[in-house]
Design a protein around this ligand. Structure first.
Ligand code: FE2
Length: 368
C-alpha cells in the first residue's frame, strides 16, 4: 500500500466544477481530503481542529477571503504544512507573488493528474524534512531546558548546603562564645558587643562581605583561647603576678589554634591570634607592629578594649564613658591603628555603642 494513501489534503476552491475535478483526483490518488469554498471556510476548518492536512491546495481568486489573504494566517497556524496555490492560466505573477509570501509551489489550472500528484508528492517530502528539522529543534530545546533546570537545581542545592553550614557555624560560634562567658563571669555580653561593634567598623571601612563574615566570627570568638586558662587566674580579684600574666597572654595563641582546625575559620584564626597586638609593636603574643598586624585584628582590638574599659572587670570598676573615649583618642597610633580610630569617631559609633550599652544595662535592671 502506498503510504500516500494516508495523506490528507485540504482543497480550497470556490468553483464547483474545479472542486469536482480536484476531488476526483484526490480519490484516484488515494488521499483523504476535505473541501472548503473560500479562505474563511478553510480557516474555520483548520482552527476547529477537525482536520489535520498534510498539504493544502489553495485557489487564489475566491469570494469572502481570497487565497492571498488567508495564506499568511495558514502559515502561522500550520507552519510546516506546504500550501500549493492554484492559479488561472495567464496569472503566473500572482502565483509567484504567493510563493514569495510562503506558498510551497503553484499549479496552473487545469493541471493533469500526473502534475498534481508530482507536486503533492514533492510537497509531502518537503514537509517530512521540515517536520524532522522542527522535531530536532524541539528535542534540542527540551534538552537545553532540562540542562538549565539541572544546573539551577544543583546551584540551589549548593546554596542550601552553604546556608546550612553558615547557620551551623554561627550557632557553634555563639555556643563557644557562651562557653567563654560562662567561664569568665565578668564578661557577660562582651563577646556579642565586640562582634556587633567590629562588624559596624568593618562595614564603615567598606570591607567586602566575606571579610565582614570572618571579622564577625573572629570578634565573637576572640577570647575562645580562655578555655585553656585556669579559672583561678581568669577570675582572680586583684592584679595578676608575672607568671599568671604569662599564662593569660597565651589565650590568643590557644584561640587561633582552636579555630585553625576548621578550614572555614582560617582568616578568623589569624585575627584572633593578633587581637592583643598593638600598633606600636608592644602587644602580644607576637609583638608585631603597624601593617603587619592582621587587618581584622586591628578592628577587634579597638572594639575589645573599648568594651573592656566601659564595663566592670574583676580588677577594676568601669571608667566613665568620657574617660573611655579620651583613652581611645590618646591611644590612636600607639595601641590602635589610626584609621580604625578615625572611622570609629567619624561614623558616630561611640554614640551608638553607648546607647547599646545603656539599653543592655536597663534591661538587666528590669530583670532583676
Ligand atoms: Fe582577649
Amino acid at each position: 500500500m502506498d503510504t500516500d494513501q494516508k495523506r490528507m489534503v485540504l482543497v480550497v476552491e470556490d468553483d464547483a466544477s474545479m472542486q469536482k475535478v480536484l476531488s476526483i483526483s484526490m480519490q484516484k490518488m488515494g488521499y483523504n481530503f476535505a473541501v472548503a469554498k473560500n479562505g474563511r471556510e478553510a480557516l474555520d476548518l483548520i482552527e476547529s481542529g477537525d482536520i489535520s492536512p498534510d498539504a493544502i491546495l489553495l485557489d487564489i481568486r475566491m469570494p469572502v477571503m481570497s487565497g492571498l489573504a488567508v495564506l499568511p494566517k495558514i502559515r502561522i497556524i500550520l507552519p510546516t504544512v506546504p500550501v500549493i496555490m492554484l492559479t488561472a492560466f495567464g496569472d503566473l505573477d500572482t502565483g509567484l507573488a504567493a510563493m514569495k509570501a510562503g506558498a510551497f509551489d503553484y499549479l496552473v489550472k487545469p493541471s493533469s493528474l500526473g502534475k498534481i500528484r508530482e507536486t503533492l508528492q514533492k510537497a509531502f517530502s518537503y514537509r517530512e524534512i521540515v517536520e524532522m528539522k522542527a522535531e530536532e529543534e524541539r528535542r534540542k530545546e527540551r534538552h537545553r531546558i532540562e540542562l538549565e533546570r539541572k544546573v539551577e537545581s544543583n546551584y540551589q542545592e549548593l546554596g542550601d548546603v552553604y546556608d546550612k553550614l553558615k547557620k551551623m557555624n554561627l550557632q557553634t560560634a555563639y555556643a563557644l562564645a557562651e562557653t567563654i562567658e560562662a567561664k569568665d563571669r565578668y564578661t557577660q555580653g562582651h563577646c556579642e558587643r565586640v562582634r556587633w561593634l567590629s562588624s559596624l567598623i568593618g562595614k564603615n571601612m567598606h570591607l567586602p562581605d566575606e571579610e565582614i563574615e570572618q571579622l564577625e566570627y573572629a570578634a565573637l570568638l576572640h577570647d575562645i583561647g580562655k578555655i585553656g586558662i585556669p579559672d583561678s587566674i581568669l577570675n582572680k580579684e586583684g592584679p595578676l603576678d608575672e607568671r599568671e600574666r604569662q599564662i593569660i597572654r597565651m589565650h590568643p595563641i590557644i584561640g587561633a589554634q582552636i579555630l585553625s582546625t576548621v578550614e572555614f575559620f582560617e582568616k578568623a584564626a589569624a585575627a584572633v591570634r593578633h587581637h592583643h597586638e598593638r600598633w606600636d609593636g608592644k602587644g602580644y603574643p607576637d609583638g608585631v607592629e603597624g601593617e603587619r598586624i592582621d587587618p581584622l585584628a586591628r578592628i577587634i582590638s579597638l572594639a575589645d578594649t573599648l568594651d573592656a574599659m566601659a564595663t566592670s572587670r574583676p580588677y577594676r570598676t568601669a571608667l566613665s564613658f568620657d574617660e573611655v573615649l579620651q583613652e581611645i583618642h590618646a591611644m590612636r597610633g600607639t595601641q590602635f591603628a589610626p584609621d580604625v580610630v578615625d572611622i570609629f569617631f567619624a561614623t558616630d559609633l561611640d554614640k551608638m555603642y553607648l546607647k547599646k550599652l545603656q539599653e543592655e544595662i536597663s534591661k538587666k535592671k528590669n530583670k532583676s
